[in-house]
Design a binder for this molecule. Structure first.
Ligand SMILES: *[C@@H]1O[C@H](CO)[C@@H](O)[C@H](O)[C@H]1NC(C)=O
Ligand SMILES: *[C@@H]1O[C@H](CO)[C@@H](O)[C@H](O)[C@H]1NC(C)=O
Ligand SMILES: *[C@@H]1O[C@H](CO)[C@@H](O)[C@H](O)[C@H]1NC(C)=O
Ligand SMILES: *[C@@H]1O[C@H](CO)[C@@H](O)[C@H](O)[C@H]1NC(C)=O
Ligand SMILES: *[C@@H]1O[C@H](CO)[C@@H](O)[C@H](O)[C@H]1NC(C)=O
Length: 655
């Protein structure tokens, strides 16, 4: 209760201060003091809170806020970790469910990286009770687990609109109307009413019911609990209670009854839930939209419903370890896991910064160059004079967007390839040196990829680099530094490579095109490595090659079966496991699913395996190698739309 009083006092004093300022202004007139220099005006604008809000990538200014435990102070460089700011509002069905779900809260406490802090704010008048409630919700689930994390959670009882610092400016100007922010609503209307009744809703899980609500007004018809298939709701939106059968059964019954959509209401006292299918249910596509709402008493009469989205302030802001402001991306469904993933990425990015500070000869190939169309991005550069002396070659690549915000980024995930040509007469001219997959609409990707085995491709001191994606993709802004360094621990250096196989259409003839390769090991070779970059794309009847489990075999001397299996392809959270390695989290698409050898917003890691002991090293043509690719252990045999494999593979000889 003491918090209630304090905030009241605070609000009152703020009001008083505002009144005083206004009175002074009226008395003195706008520019009465004669100070007109630009600096003074911008300084005064700043004092009045009118300065432009910082954008993503700008340094986060210091601030201090009251919390339930006293005070939280942010000073750049002091935190030694990242900070996530979450603005709560119970006007959002998404946020209500984010908090009501015990799984979501437990995930936050269990998986929030040890470096991350979270500051919880409220956008509403109820900030004091919201802060106390949020703390209580998290303390409840912390009972069993480790409690250390609680010291990194900060609850502010002052509403965002009374903070008096830059945070609300960022929340308001980074406003959004996506699944995780903006207010999804249902509008109930009825003939006798002067005002519509507008309530919050939460749409069913994004990858279960893909159909969206249209803009029309629909009649709403009560269909009990929706568990009975014989309802008369054709052409109307069905109004059904939760419980007695699964969400899937309700929506399926209503779809069979030709309803145009389903509104499931929570029973009194229950929160809105994240409606999803379970197990086999998910294999039956349903063609109507569904959302969950609270029980609305006004629905007793004849009403119509329509669906709308009202923009809201942004509900999430990040500050990375370097003190830069960051967007938090899209939360595809209500779970705090999305906070954890973004914080994991901040950790990745911080360790990347450390790795980039290690000594290297850096050749800048692209510095914020636009990559688009058939040509992509092209540059010719000189390598360091002593480039032949280095044993390590790394690609430091990043993809950003034409604007500061993620909204300006290209929408789709496309394959990006980097080709290099140093000697135009060499068979290695325009061979692939690196591969990445673009993120769905997020511009934060930066990756350091070790491609040392391919050093022999740099066979002259001046090289042309070409970076491309499909010509129809929206533009990306690329930066690429090629880093040469030397590590005395590596006693060997690759001196030559032998190209092996490339991929192709993943159909029943896929393996017929591959013939055994006979080869001898060059004199003075100390080690031989197999090097391959393999990715599966497309979608046949088995969802190959993007979402099916394929395996890739390099059979050496008919005995050694060197195997790479993409066993997380198609798994619901496969690519979330790779955020720690730099996969861009919280993208505006299905980035979470595991894929065939790749993830959205990540480099494709080369696969290398030392095969020296599998070979006859005598120098005779005694070795054979054969590649084949399988789907679930067999030759692929799709019945429609075969997918394809993109592969670059080499033998690498070290001395
Ligand atoms: C949020 O709103 C729902 C009804 O809309 C209510 O039942 C619930 O108690 C509210 N929660 C908080 C924390 O205010
Ligand atoms: C209610 O919905 C019906 C069916 O979609 C429509 O024909 C009618 O115009 C709507 N009424 C109002 C008042 O919007
Ligand atoms: C449906 O569920 C409610 C709430 O769980 C329960 O009270 C009711 O008895 C159930 N009705 C039927 C027909 O099973
Ligand atoms: C639903 O629509 C189909 C196709 O128009 C029709 O054959 C079927 O009888 C309808 N079912 C109900 C329950 O109205
Ligand atoms: C290699 O391994 C794969 C799967 O482990 C198997 O299906 C295949 O038959 C093996 N091939 C040979 C020639 O041993």
């Amino acid at each position: 209760h003491c918090w209630l009083v304090m905030v009241h006092v605070l609000l009152e004093s703020t009001l008083l201060a505002l009144l005083q300022i206004n009175t002074q202004k009226t008395a003195k007139g706008e520019e009465a003091d004669g100070e007109t220099s630009d600096d003074t005006i911008s300084l005064r604008a700043k004092k009045d809170g009118l300065y432009p809000s910082p954008e993503p990538g700008d340094p986060a200014p210091p601030f201090r806020v009251t919390t339930l435990d006293g005070e939280f102070e942010y000073q750049p460089g002091k935190l030694r970790g990242s900070l996530i700011i979450h603005a709560f509002t119970n006007k959002s069905g998404f946020v209500e469910c984010l908090w009501a779900s015990e799984a979501s809260r437990t995930d936050l406490l269990q998986d929030l990286p040890p470096s991350a802090h979270v500051l919880f704010l409220s956008l509403d008048d109820s900030a004091v009770t919201d802060a106390l409630w949020m703390r209580d919700q998290l303390h409840q689930v912390a009972a069993h687990g480790k409690k250390e994390v609680l010291s990194r959670l900060h609850f502010c009882p002052v509403p965002a609109f009374a903070l008096g610092n830059w945070i609300p400016g960022v929340l308001y100007t980074w406003a959004c109307a996506r699944r995780n922010c903006g207010l999804a609503q249902v509008v109930f209307t009825s003939e006798g009413w002067k005002m519509p009744v507008i309530v919050k809703r939460l749409d069913a899980r994004y990858d279960w019911l893909m159909v969206r609500w249209d803009e029309k007004s629909h009649q709403l018809v009560d269909a009990g609990n929706g568990c009975d298939p014989s309802s008369t709701v054709a052409g109307a939106v069905a109004w059904v209670s939760e419980g007695n059968c699964s969400f899937f059964t309700k929506v399926q019954n209503m779809a069979k009854s030709n309803a145009s959509g389903v509104l499931v209401y929570a029973l009194p006292g229950n929160p809105i839930q994240d409606m999803n299918c379970e197990g086999d249910e998910c294999d039956s596509p349903l063609g109507i939209p569904a959302s969950m709402v609270h029980l609305e008493p006004a629905v007793a009469q004849r009403v119509n419903v329509s669906f709308q989205r009202t923009p809201s302030p942004n509900l999430f802001i990040g500050i990375d370890q370097q003190g830069a402001l960051a967007e938090m991306g899209l939360f595809l469904y209500p779970t705090f896991k999305f906070i954890n993933w973004q914080a994991q990425w901040f950790d990745f990015y911080n360790s990347l910064q450390t790795r980039l500070r290690s000594p290297a000869q850096v050749v800048s190939v692209f510095d914020k160059v636009q990559m688009q169309g058939d040509r992509g991005a092209v540059a010719t550069v000189d390598l360091p004079p002593d480039f032949l002396d280095f044993d390590t070659l790394e690609l430091d690549a990043s993809l950003s967007c034409p604007g500061r915000r993620d909204l300006s980024c290209a929408h789709w995930d496309h394959t990006v390839q980097l080709f290099v040509c140093c000697d135009h007469f060499s068979p290695y001219c325009n061979v692939e040196l690196g591969r990445w997959i673009t993120a769905f609409r997020r511009g934060i990707g930066r990756w350091l990829t070790d491609v040392s085995p391919l050093l022999p491709l740099l066979n002259s001191g001046r090289c042309t680099f070409t970076m491309k994606t499909v010509p129809w993709a929206m533009p990306w802004i690329v930066s690429l530094n090629v880093r040469f360094s030397d590590h005395p621990a590596n006693k060997l250096r690759p001196f030559t490579v032998m190209p092996l196989y490339s991929g192709g259409t993943f159909d029943k003839n896929y393996n017929k095109r591959y013939r055994p390769v006979k080869f001898s090991v060059p004199a003075s070779t100390k080690q031989v490595e197999l090097f391959a970059v393999i990715t599966g794309h497309g979608s046949d009847n088995n969802r190959c090659g993007e979402f099916c489990v394929t395996s890739h075999h390099f059979l050496i001397n008919a005995v050694y079966n060197n195997t790479r299996i993409f066993d997380s392809a198609g798994s619901p959270l496969g690519c979330t496991m790779r955020v720690k390695e730099g996969a861009v989290p919280n993208e505006y698409g299905t980035w979470l699913y595991g894929r065939g050898g790749w993830c959205d917003g990540l480099q494709v890691d080369p696969w290398t395996i030392d095969i020296t002991r599998q070979l006859d090293m005598s120098g005779s043509e005694a070795n054979t190698l054969l590649y084949f690719g399988l789907y679930e252990g067999r030759d692929p045999n799709p019945t429609q739309d075969p997918g394809y494999i993109i592969m670059t593979s080499f033998l690498v000889f070290y001395k």
